[in-house]
Design a protein around this ligand. Structure first.
Ligand code: ADP
Length: 436
């Protein structure tokens, strides 16, 4: 038994012994004992009352009437607990103040959204960037305040990279918004002013587009003269080889310009492709017919496992399919095979090109969708490549909400898979169809 309890029992025993002795001396032992017990009870009740007040929070400080024994120790312990709680509270207040001050000093906007995308809290930068008002906008849905369609679709299915939308407050301003999920379906929206980056990007894009357009006209003229020269009978014989080489190079430059213009067009377009009905099976049959069987190229097989169509941009889907098929044909030896597969499942549809070609070194796979990145520039050029095909594929897929995955082994072959979301797939019968 703890010492404090022994001493408390000893105090009670001393009271009772004293009452007993007084009772023996003066008579009326029972009364003396009852009196002693009543006094002890009163003392205990008073301490219980004080403890109750202290625990209720009525008294800020614990009264220290007793310096020794059980009650002194109980009050001492309560005082220590109160001190600790006060310190903890002070610490939390300080932390809260620091969080408020630091989020207040942030130049990026921070908005806490609940599961229904209603605003729970935001910092002063969010007030400035989005024109939010704490009195009006707490509890409001964020898509009532930022109504741009790109933002609304981003909110429905957040991606890793932020969405860039025009500022609702500043004319000509641009904001990048990124949603970071946390807790129970809550999100932290980070809002950044990207007006300067957007302007620089637009200038760069316009420059590339303008330069490409400007270069096209002189190239057409040069190409025309070269065509005439190659057909002319009065050109000295020694010129036929240089003229043929010049024609090849001009054709290559024309193709590069065409791809550059296509790429800048894709970059400048709205984030989402239109939703035109595209008969994928028909398109793939025509496309694969452009590569009839021949001894100097691999065998191309088309496997249509679904008759699903896509809702998207016909020219962009054509560009995606053509680039991937022609890459597979160019990087696969004549004895190899290229399988083009179109299939659907519960999550959407997949366009896949599987080749048994030269493959890609593992460390270079993440880089091959960059502009002008080639594993072997010589081979790419020799087979008529511009180094822009996969960059176009990546952008066009993004605009369709689709993803590209690449698996490859050097010397064994590569698989390029494009996964289209169910929202972009238009199923007609769902029945599998034999290869066309
Ligand atoms: P290119 O015009 O050079 O083909 P792309 O952007 O289409 O440009 O492809 C970039 C590079 O990726 C190619 O140069 C090639 O090195 C590699 N690559 C693309 N597809 C394949 C493939 N099916 N097999 C092997 N390598 C490939």
């Amino acid at each position: 038994m703890p010492k404090r309890w022994i001493s408390q029992i000893a105090v009670l025993a001393a009271w009772l012994v004293a009452a007993l002795l007084l009772g023996l001396g003066f008579g009326g032992t029972g009364w003396w004992l009852a009196g002693a017990l009543a006094l002890y009870l009163a003392h205990t009740l008073r301490n219980v009352y004080l403890l109750d007040r202290v625990l209720e929070g009525g008294k800020r400080r614990v009264p220290m009437f007793e310096t020794r024994g059980l009650w002194a120790e109980v009050f001492g312990r309560v005082a220590r607990l109160q001190g600790k709680a006060r310190n903890r509270k002070k610490k939390y207040h300080r932390l809260l103040r620091e969080v408020r001050e630091s989020t207040g000093a942030l130049s990026d906007g921070g908005i806490i959204l609940d599961a229904a995308h209603e605003i729970v809290w935001f910092n002063p930068a969010a007030t400035r960037l989005l024109g939010l008002d704490p009195a009006r906008d707490i509890g409001n849905r964020i898509d009532n305040l930022v109504r741009h369609p790109d933002f609304v679709s981003y909110l429905a299915g957040p991606r890793a990279e932020p969405v860039v939308v025009p500022s609702p407050v500043e004319e000509g301003g641009w904001l990048a918004v990124q949603l970071i999920p946390y807790g129970q379906e809550q999100h932290l929206a980070i809002v950044r002013d990207v007006t300067r980056e957007h302007m620089l990007e637009t200038t760069r894009r316009d420059f590339v587009a303008n330069a490409s357009h400007e270069l096209r006209s002189p190239l057409t003229v040069v190409s025309g003269y070269l065509d005439s020269l190659s057909d002319a009978d009065d050109v000295p014989g020694g010129w036929s080889k240089p003229i043929a080489e010049m024609r090849r190079q001009v054709a290559r430059m024309t193709q590069i310009l065409r791809d550059l213009i296509e790429l800048t067009r894709l970059e400048a377009a709205e984030a989402r492709a239109p939703q035109t009905f595209v008969d994928v099976c028909g398109m793939l049959r025509i496309l694969t017919n452009d590569f009839p069987p021949s001894d100097d190229r691999p065998r191309l097989r088309l496997r249509l496992e679904t008759d699903a169509a896509l809702l998207g941009s016909e020219s962009e889907l054509h560009s995606i399919f053509f680039n991937l098929i022609s890459n597979a044909m160019r990087f696969t030896p004549a004895q190899g095979t290229v399988d083009v597969v179109w299939r659907a499942d519960a999550d959407g549809a997949v366009f896949e090109v599987v080749d048994t070609g030269i493959g890609i070194p593992e460390e270079q796979i993440p880089r091959i969708t960059e502009r002008f990145y080639r594993v072997d520039p010589g081979r790419s050029r020799a087979t008529g490549g511009t180094g822009l095909g996969l960059a176009i594929v990546k952008h066009a897929l993004q605009r369709h909400g689709a993803t590209l995955s690449i698996e490859s082994r050097e010397g064994e072959g590569s698989t390029f898979s494009c996964r289209f979301p169910a929202a972009r797939v238009a199923l007609r019968s769902g029945a599998a169809q034999a290869a066309g």
